[in-house]
Design a protein around this ligand. Structure first.
Ligand code: FES
Length: 92
């Protein structure tokens, strides 16, 4: 998806720039040229910066809770819930 139509800057490019350390709109403007023409994309681009609504990929990872805790897997008599991939069940 294009974030900046004027400069043909994609969401992927913005995310990569943020992952590489861009933390302000000025950084994105310098790195990618986003929001340097009409400026309509400035607010959208800023949402990909740390703390923005679209910066959630890293934030989600940081708050993710593993579904298979070592305690649940360690006991062989207790069927493991939420295992992935889903175990196959034979049908008689
Ligand atoms: S859409 Fe980004 S500067 Fe115009």
């Amino acid at each position: 998806m294009y974030i900046c139509v004027c400069n043909a800057v994609t969401e992927r490019q913005v995310r990569a720039s943020v992952d590489a350390g861009a933390s302000t709109l000025s950084d994105l403007q310098f790195e990618l040229g986003v929001a340097t023409c009409c400026g309509c994309c400035a607010a959208t681009a800023a949402e990909y910066l740390p703390g923005g609504r679209c910066s959630s990929v890293c934030d989600v990872r940081s708050i993710a809770v593993p579904v298979n805790t070592p305690a649940a897997v360690a006991d062989p008599d207790v069927p493991a819930a939420n295992t992935f991939p889903v175990p196959l069940v034979a049908v008689a």
